[in-house]
Design a protein around this ligand. Structure first.
Ligand code: ADP
Ligand code: MG
Length: 245
């Protein structure tokens, strides 16, 4: 019998291929992420990181392969049914709504009871330290505050897996390092699975339990940061992340 996924895997990607027209952007890619693991997808611009994340999120129709989340084959499931929350580089907040309404929007659509919604928002606001901002509109927030609200929208949905696509790349260096620490603390506190896309080596080294180094739609190496740094499998990985030869 063919083994469909690793035991206890939170997210499993099996033989995933994705073509845009004649261009094969992802090539028979395999990836097993453990429950509670923080995995960084790292690689140069255009290597397919966002495409892989969007396939896991269900935002793209894949060409071939299968995707499992918590052991369930979600390959043909709607994004909203997959138990994932996504945080993008651009915050994608509703400009006309207050922070509170931005946070509650998905919960109201899902018809959660009012007091449950209020509880979830209070918890997320406390974790992300945005209690004082709930009545503001996005335009009245700083970039870092907006990104906190964007994380909060995933947080209130109580998802199994968080997907981040370069969430800090629009922020200045100081804010970037602050929010990096906060995302790390958030992961410690929630202990859920996080998949985090970046082209920034420092982000990858500081955040990841394991890093998947990508090039041309292929994972070159998938291992702990120190292992990759000390034992890169090829010149590309060494040049991108490894210790100087
Ligand atoms: P990354 O996130 O690593 O920078 P992407 O996943 O965005 O890379 O893109 C991978 C490749 O797929 C790039 O060559 C990009 O030009 C191409 N690509 C991405 N989206 C589309 C699309 N909608 N149509 C055609 N090509 C695309
Ligand atoms: Mg990208």
């Amino acid at each position: 019998m063919r083994v469909e996924r690793a035991i206890n895997a939170s997210v499993s990607v099996r033989d995933l291929s994705l073509n845009f027209g004649a261009v094969q952007v992802l090539q028979a890619l395999n990836l097993d992420i453990a429950e509670g693991e923080f995995v960084v997808l790292l690689g140069p611009s255009g290597c397919g990181k966002s495409t892989l994340l969007n396939c896991i999120a269900g935002l793209l129709d894949i060409t071939d392969g299968r995707i499992f989340i918590k052991g369930r084959n979600v390959t043909w499931e709607e994004p909203k049914d997959r138990g994932i929350g996504m945080v993008f580089q651009s915050y994608a907040l509703y400009p006309q709504m207050s922070v509170e309404k931005n946070l509650s929007f998905g919960l109201r659509v899902a018809r959660l009871p009012k007091d449950e919604i209020a509880q979830r928002i209070a918890r997320a606001a406390e974790i992300l330290q945005i209690e004082q901002l709930l009545q503001r509109k996005p335009a009245a927030l700083s970039g870092g505050q907006r990104q906190r609200v964007a994380i909060g929208r995933a947080l209130v949905r109580d998802v199994d897996v968080f997907l981040f696509d370069e969430p800090l790349s629009n922020l200045d260096a100081k804010l970037r390092s602050e929010l990096r620490v906060e995302i790390k603390l958030l992961h410690r506190r929630l202990q859920n699975t996080m998949i985090y896309v970046t082209h920034d080596q420092i982000e990858a080294m500081t955040l990841a339990d394991r890093i998947a180094v990508m090039r041309g739609g292929v994972i070159q190496q998938f291992d702990a940061p120190q292992a990759i740094y000390n034992r890169p499998v090829n010149r590309f990985v060494a040049g991108f992340l490894g210790s100087p030869a």
